[in-house]
Write a protein that binds this ligand. Sequence first.
Ligand code: SAM
Length: 310
Amino acid sequence: MSDQKPPHTSVLAAQILRLLAPKPGGAYLDGTLGAGGHSELILQESAPDGTVLAFDLDPQAIQIATNRLAKFGERVRIINDSYKNAAQYVEKGKTFDGILLDLGVSSMQLDQPERGFSFQAQSTLDMRFGVGNIPTAQDLVNTASESELAEIIYRYGEEQKSRQIAAAIVHSRESAPITTTLQLAEIIKKAVGHSSGKIHPATRSFQAFRIAVNDELNTLSEALPVLVSLLRSGGLLAVISFHSLEDRIVKQYFRTESTDCLCPSEQLICTCDHKASLRLVTRRAVTADAAEIAHNIRARSAKLRVAQKI
Ligand SMILES: C[S@@+](CC[C@H](N)C(=O)[O-])C[C@H]1O[C@@H](n2cnc3c(N)ncnc32)[C@H](O)[C@@H]1O
């Protein structure tokens, strides 16, 4: 990969800079480093002494971003772990001015056939972001029950034909295990029949398996309070999501944590004693404009929400 052409185009970059407003001397946390595009912008804006603590599960992304950000020297520290474990790497009492999550899979991961995220090329069915000891997509499609598969495909893929696909997978694996991306894509394509939509019939199911393999929604839910605890008062949390369920988790968390009393509306006296810890910076999700989408199709489904710690 050359330095001139980033392997992944960072989405909503201008909006992130405007809303996070990195400043000299500021401390920032990038939970999903990827190719390091957002981190690079934050380091440039917060020059000469702003810092970034960055995380990614993917050792290849870490290597690419480490090379890209080497010019910032000790202003950046990069850790190969999940953002949900961020607190373990932060010294007691240290807080951040801004924290960013840019969720999901990067273009460079999709472009690496051996990772198994894409059905554009023949590969083993891996789909793990990291190299951790967790079941791969191959383990999942060959061992989950038919109803579990249907549930995963329906929930995470929002696929109407989830039951037909699950039945076809179970039928196919009865004769031999499913081991490759193209094999799985073909089974799904046959089960769905001719798709009227513009996307390949396996797109939604592949997304669903990736989300399930990496436990992406539970990770996000668990991490949000951890990340808020790492913000200074007045610090900002920005989350870019690409899936309606992710966005819903962020939206609901921000809404709950920006509300004082959570008692039922018919209850006259508050007994929950809940106090808002956040202030909404974006009332509605920020989305990419037509020019950005024309340049980067991934930006089409990006939704950015920002909240400020009170
Ligand atoms: C959309 S990319 C980020 C791109 C990055 N913002 C940039 O500008 O280049 C998402 C990255 O998050 C990583 N990732 C996904 N889940 C993660 C997690 N729980 N912890 C850390 N990194 C994660 C993926 O490996 C991927 O590299």
